[in-house]
Design a protein around this ligand. Sequence first.
Ligand code: ZN
Length: 240
Amino acid sequence: MKFAIFGDIHANLEALETVLTHAADNDCTNFVCMGDIVGYNANPVECLNIVRDMGCPVVRGNHDEEASSDAELNGLNPLARHALEWTRDMLSPEDREWLLNNKLVRQVRDFTIVHATLDTPGAWGYVTNKFDAMASFSYQFTPVCFYGHTHTPKFYVKGDMVDAVDGNELDIEMGKKYFINVGSVGQPRDGDWRSSYAIYDIDKQKVTIHRLEYDLPKAQTKIVQAGLPEMLANRLALGK
Ligand code: ZN
């Protein structure tokens, strides 16, 4: 059985459709969404409808939360704030309620999913190094946990010590723990513009990160036409 683990879609419809098609073509029968469905790009409603209609497990991201509330948008960079204000106008009350009702942490079969961190999931901290990963491992009760939020795919492994492992493939070994960032579907930030998501093959106990080209010019044109900052279109091409 193969799970497609995907998140940080950020309203990028072209990227989401590309990822879901690739997952289906690669025999994924189960889907799990890591949150941040909306924010930044031009198709929040379309992306939300696709994920909601899939009926798959979803965890709430910080952008999902911010886009669904009426609270002041403090502490965000100006680009994120502009996009969130625009996104709020696009979403219906039902959309907002659905986004807000998604849990922060979920267990799916024998693995866990969380958008940001396991130690303080609603505080939206970033796991970017071994020490951050160590804090999350203290609250991880399954061998594997997937997360997102940094928009950068990464494997952390806890054996005798915590190690960061690069690469696109990882074998899950008995007795170890894994904290795995699946990267971002709709706004990668690791210098590679292509969409990122993971396939978890439960039978082979293997996790593979896939990078996919999508219709970038189309996504960029929509961002500009929607009146969103052009910078948001430009950054997609840079992968940051
Ligand atoms: Zn995000």
